[in-house]
Design a binder for this molecule. Structure first.
Ligand code: FES
Length: 98
């Protein structure tokens, strides 16, 4: 008979974007979750506060920096979503993590 493959992922994942539940396709990036939540401006620049949104979606431009599960300065386009993940827009400069 037919059975799901043991490594099959659920079709969707629910994450928290700015404390609001958003359901996204499994395997999508945190940047995609922010975009699906309607948040095109994901961060503000540290000096002028200019809003920035993802440009390359492949880890090159760093315009998608976000706070993910409490860790700032993550490239949201390079982080796959996980159930219950907390994603926040990043505003201004952040401290470097040690
Ligand atoms: S969108 Fe360019 S590094 Fe993420």
């Amino acid at each position: 008979m037919f059975r799901p493959r043991p490594d099959a992922r659920p079709a969707t994942v629910t994450v928290l974007v700015e404390d609001t539940e958003v359901t996204v396709p499994a395997g999508a990036s945190a940047a995609a979750a922010l975009l699906l939540a309607g948040l095109v401006a994901m961060r503000e620049t540290a000096v002028s506060g200019t809003p920035r949104g993802p440009l390359c979606l492949m880890g090159v431009c760093f315009d998608c920096l976000a706070e993910i599960d409490g860790v700032p300065n993550r490239q949201a386009c390079m982080v796959p979503v996980a159930p219950g993940m907390r994603i926040q827009r990043q505003r201004g400069a952040r401290e470097a993590m040690r």
